[in-house]
Design a protein around this ligand. Structure first.
Ligand code: S5P
Length: 259
């Protein structure tokens, strides 16, 4: 049964978070809902994969603190690549501290707020975390930046369930102009938000450290708008071929659901 979710057109016109229509139009024009989790430890590898698959992804997610040679300048290089190939950059920092601390971290040494369109945020410390990130941004940049709240996790035994997840949804409702959506495992929250789903692989069921995987089609059936795929791609013999397969299968499933 196909659920009756509002069409993309509603979110294109009614979103308070201005990065939502921007991302949806990228997804539509490039026919992709794939976010590559580029968890490489060298910046060169990230640059290389951007050139190889930039046309097939709507977002590139990094963990800047695993890149051995990372710097604020490299962040700006990543931003340039994202503009060339038209995708959004996500820094998966999972900010989790009190407002004042995350404010310093966001604009701090690696200038994440200068180059990441989107950052990930935990709700554990309450709504002050999101507020702190917002206050780090100059007024004119507010419309160009957004956060994803971690509402649920893909890992075995995650504590982000039930009332905790509900609390995260409430934080989102307080900042609809700044929260783009959720990192989640279900179609949680209001349909004005986008659901980004990790834990996707074409061949494995999990890893040895608690990660749990599903297929792209299953992720969309569970409620994903954007599919976050990492090692399935970056550890493949032919990453470009796997990106193309994930793009094709993920977008076909998403389009069919009419999210
Ligand atoms: O619940 C989560 C949330 C995130 S952001 N589960 C996750 O796996 N992630 C991230 O997605 C994780 O930090 C990693 O960067 C990526 C999944 O990588 P993969 O190699 O397992 O696909």
């Amino acid at each position: 049964k196909i659920p009756n979710y509002p069409m993309q057109a509603d979110r294109l016109t009614n979103s308070e978070c201005k990065l939502i229509p921007k991302l949806l139009s990228i997804m539509k024009s490039k026919q992709t809902n794939l976010c590559l989790s580029a968890d490489y430890t060298s910046f060169e590898a990230i640059e290389k994969i951007c050139h190889q698959v930039g046309n097939y992804i709507c977002a590139l997610k990094v963990h800047h603190d695993i890149i051995e040679d990372f710097s604020a300048e490299k962040g700006l290089m990543l931003k340039e690549l994202s503009e060339k190939y038209q995708f959004l950059v996500v820094e998966d920092r999972k900010f989790a501290d009190i407002g004042n601390t995350v404010k310093e971290q966001y604009a701090g040494k690696f200038k994440v707020s200068d180059w990441a369109d989107i950052v990930t945020v935990h709700g554990i410390a309450g709504s002050g975390t999101v507020e702190g990130l917002k206050t780090a941004l100059p007024e004119e940049m507010l419309q160009e930046r957004a956060v994803l709240l971690i509402a649920e996790m893909s890992s075995d035994g995650s504590l982000a369930v039930g009332d905790y997840s509900k609390g995260v949804l409430e934080i989102a409702e307080k900042f609809p102009d700044f929260v783009m959506g959720f990192v989640c495992q279900s179609r949680i929250g209001s349909d004005k938000f986008l659901r980004w789903m990790p834990g996707i692989h074409l061949a494995a069921e999990g890893d040895s450290l608690g990660q749990k995987y599903k297929l792209p089609e299953a992720a969309v059936a569970q409620g994903a708008d954007i599919l976050i795929v990492g090692r399935c791609i970056i550890n493949a013999d032919d990453p470009v071929a796997v990106v193309k397969e994930c793009q094709k299968r993920g977008y076909a499933a998403w389009d069919a659901f009419g999210y």
